[in-house]
Design a protein around this ligand. Structure first.
Ligand code: SF4
Length: 500
């Protein structure tokens, strides 16, 4: 063939620009279930199933359009050790690829194929060059600047030059917890029953990766564009109307609540950010969803998701090595098992092991909060996130985990560290009522580990944070704790001995 197009597992976009450049009569596509990609980290079984099942379905969709697809299955006749090794097996005048979302993969492909032709990834909303234009000459360029500019660019939720409803953000309306009554009946989400192709992948994963975390049982994620679109419709109709209100709330035993759970489909590119934003805007226009919900959703998809991708592209590869807080500890084992006495972490951990999913506030304010205050090495936290979450892809995971959640980039993506005591979790969830610890206690037999670690974290970094106005109140409260600090430090050391 004249051209060989390599399509990666997170590039399952049927309208990708690269596909338009191919002549089905002469060119070919190669897709590879590379052993290296499945094993460079020990990954959750449902994550492996998601990627391989979605890839196999996508290969069929390409063949149905008349393309020749060379597919290297992990359990097929021609398995490939790596993406580069698989692609090298085929004769090609030129090798083409859509820009990979993982700098490690891009580097490996470039060094193996010096003439590699890289195409822009048209999946994203931000036009090439726009981020550089907006951030040029700015000492600090934060999400809010980017998001407002993109609202103006798109005209989404705008009245002329003013934001719809008169405000750029409705966060204050979006922090409702469920209180003691809990969330009541929740809408749930559709389950996509695995077809024969997906069932074959599930059996393969159990056979080849018996020791990977989690189980393939109960796999119900969308692995085709058609199923992903059904999930999008379901979200817009049944969960979007209350998505904003409870964005930051946690309820024991509830994974989905009113969250979209479209990130696996978006990150594998089965659906596009444009179509999900337009669906939400249409619901707003029809009076089917309120402004606080639709604005909150747009902020995530048009704003945050695009913003972190641009940060990744601009800052890699150096970004992965950042460790502004000098954190070196290993993560405690319960991050993989959910086996801990801490009720909030046990609930989120069990759910993660079961589903390969936790919603954003569990990631940021339960797992992420614990890891940062524990002093876990930020890259290890990112690795854990890549291992355990179905929707994690390097470009989105690294700035979210290493930057937003662990503050290891020194404040590039977030203006302050998300540190808090157990009192925050008590306010936003029902976990503390079921826990043997007391969220207000930093020392003593019932000390909540979050609270112990919070004060010692602040104490360790007080100088670093003293110039940050957003940290002033927390540091003032620390002053009032001066007498208790020696006991808190001791309690922290005991925690590290017990859990480390
Ligand atoms: Fe989590 Fe502490 Fe609350 Fe227990 S008391 S659920 S450990 S925040």
């Amino acid at each position: 063939p004249r051209r060989l197009a390599l399509v990666l597992g997170d590039q399952l976009d049927i309208s990708a620009g690269l596909l338009d450049t191919l002549d089905p009569a002469r060119d070919a596509i190669v897709m590879i279930e590379a052993r290296e990609e499945a094993t460079y980290l020990r990954q959750h079984k449902k994550r492996l199933v998601l990627f391989f099942a979605a890839m196999r379905h996508f290969a069929e969709a390409l063949r149905a359009r008349g393309f020749t697809v060379h597919y290297h299955a992990l359990d097929g006749e021609a398995p490939a050790a790596s993406l580069a090794a698989g692609a090298a097996r085929h004769e090609a005048g030129e090798i083409h690829v859509t820009e990979p979302g993982d700098a490690r993969v891009l580097e490996a492909l470039r060094s193996r194929f010096p003439g590699l032709v890289i195409h822009d990834d048209g999946h994203f909303l931000t036009p090439p060059g726009r981020f550089a234009e907006l951030s040029a000459g700015r000492r600090r360029f934060v999400l809010e600047d980017f998001y407002r500019a993109r609202r103006r660019d798109t005209g989404w939720l705008m009245q002329g030059d003013a934001p719809e409803g008169g405000a750029w953000n409705y966060d204050r309306e979006n922090r409702k917890s469920f209180g003691r009554a809990g969330p009541g009946t929740t809408p749930g989400r559709p389950e996509s029953a695995p077809d024969a192709t997906t069932r074959a992948v599930m059996a393969m994963v159990e056979r080849i990766f018996p020791d990977a975390p989690g189980s393939t049982q109960g796999f119900a994620e969308p692995v085709t564009r058609r199923a992903a679109l059904a999930h999008l419709r379901d979200f817009v109709e049944r969960r979007l109307p209350r998505f904003g209100d409870h964005q930051d709330a946690i309820a024991t035993g509830h994974a989905t609540l009113w969250h979209a759970r479209l990130s696996t489909s978006l990150n594998l590119k089965l659906i596009s950010p444009r179509e999900v934003c337009e669906a939400a805007l249409e619901a707003y226009g029809a009076g089917a969803a309120p402004l606080n919900a639709v604005e909150g959703f747009l902020r995530q998809v048009l704003g945050w998701r695009e913003f972190v991708r641009e940060i990744y592209r601009a800052e890699m590869p150096g970004y992965a090595r950042r460790n502004a807080l000098g954190a070196e500890a290993a993560l405690p084992g319960f991050f993989w098992t959910g086996e801990t006495e801490m009720a909030c972490l046990a609930d989120a951990g069990r759910q993660l092991l079961d589903q390969g999913y936790a919603h954003h506030i569990q990631r940021l304010m339960v797992f992420g909060l614990f890891a940062m205050q524990w002093g876990a090495h930020p890259l290890r936290v990112h690795d854990w996130h890549m291992e355990m979450y179905l929707d994690a892809v390097d470009w989105v995971s690294l700035p979210n985990v290493l930057g937003m959640s662990q503050h290891a980039d020194g404040g590039l993506v977030g203006t302050k560290p998300y540190c808090a005591s157990g009192a925050y979790i008590d306010r936003m969830s029902d976990a503390c009522g079921q826990c043997r610890f007391d969220p207000r206690a930093a020392t003593g037999a019932r000390a909540c580990p979050f609270t112990t670690l919070y004060w010692s974290f602040l104490d360790r970094h007080r100088e670093r944070f003293s110039g940050n106005r957003r940290m002033a109140m927390q540091l003032r409260n620390l002053e009032r704790k001066a007498d208790e600090l020696p006991a808190i430090r001791k309690a922290e050391m005991a925690l590290h001995r017990r859990l480390g």
